[in-house]
Write a protein that binds this ligand. Structure first.
Ligand code: NAP
Length: 277
């Protein structure tokens, strides 16, 4: 009698100790009674390719990928999804039975699912979205918003050339504002998204003037430590609908878990509690 193989998955990055993914995925494995494991792995840039090519031979069915490997894994993968190419980064690898490595990016999916759950009345087609920041996370957010049908993206970043680059990559539905004018985007915005690291514990506070926020607008922050950033606190006081960033982290993990372990996990209160533990 041959015993079934125990599926292994994990997250590769460096550093990795801060990652919430092991708690989250471990919670789902336990909840659904799946005999698998999810392991954090600190992998150096020099070892990345050797490690990724070895993992399937050791019983791994896939891994999440975090900083600094999100771009480099795309050059190792045999297949890269269109959305990962558009975003320029992958966060999920699937090791297929035929030996091929498949790379995807689920950040945009996680972002939209979190908005749908936290602001169910938000209609992407209703009006412009204002985005603060033009880093890697902004690319995923913009790709998903354009895909959802947002008519216009107002974009501002401290380093203007990065925002201009996003405009040239994503096209005419993007309008770039200077960072000193970022506050001016808000009075037109039906959705406001902070994709910078401003407001995160240990980082600078956001100084963008927020008095233009419209009551009823949806405001979300990708920063989830603290859960309620000053942006969200102010937006709440001004009558906006606020959505914190933890849900994005939880939802982006769903497609990977489903592909690796064969069960679509639920994002519920217990999932949030597990990630916050
Ligand atoms: P990134 O590529 O390094 O981009 C960082 C962004 O923050 C850039 O736009 C940068 O502007 C801006 N920034 C940093 N310090 C600033 C300052 N002092 N003043 C003004 N702008 C500043 O990082 P990322 O991967 O996009 O991640 C951004 C944030 O999103 C992080 O806090 C990350 O933890 C969070 N995130 C959350 C999730 C989630 O699931 N909730 C997912 C992905 C990322 P410059 O271009 O001028 O440097």
């Amino acid at each position: 009698m041959t015993l079934p193989k125990i599926p292994l998955a994990g997250v590769i990055g460096s550093p990795i100790a801060h990652s919430k993914s092991p708690q989250l995925q471990g919670h789902w494995l336990k909840t659904y009674g799946i005999s698998g494991y999810y392991i954090p792995m600190d992998v150096s840039v020099q070892d990345l390719e050797t490690v990724v090519r070895s993992l399937p031979k050791m019983g791994f069915v896939g891994v999440n990928v975090t900083i600094p490997h999100k771009e480099a894994v795309m050059t190792i993968a045999d297949l890269v999804t269109d959305r990962a190419i558009l975003i320029g980064a992958a966060n999920t690898l699937i090791f297929r039975k035929d030996g091929k490595i498949h790379a995807d990016n689920t950040d945009g999916y996680g972002f939209i699912e979190n908005l749908k759950a936290g602001a169910p009345n938000w209609n992407p087609r209703s009006g412009p979205a204002a985005i603060l920041g033009a880093g890697g996370a902004a690319r995923a957010v913009i790709a998903s918003l354009l895909d959802a049908g947002v008519p216009e993206i107002l974009l501002s970043n401290r380093t203007r050339v990065r925002a201009d680059k996003l405009k040239s990559d994503f096209g005419s539905r993007i309008r770039v504002y200077d960072w000193v004018q970022a506050g001016n985007m808000l009075d037109h915005a039906h959705l406001v998204v902070n994709t910078t690291s401003l407001g995160m514990i240990g980082k600078s506070e956001m100084r963008v003037p927020l008095d233009g926020l419209q009551p009823g607008a949806v405001v979300t922050d990708l920063v989830y430590a603290p859960l309620k950033t000053r942006l969200l606190e102010t937006a709440e006081q001004m009558g906006c609908v606020t959505v914190d960033g933890l849900g994005m982290l939880l939802h982006q993990a769903v497609p990977g878990f489903e592909r690796w372990f064969g069960k679509r996990p639920e994002v519920d209160r217990a999932t949030r509690a597990a990630a916050l533990r």
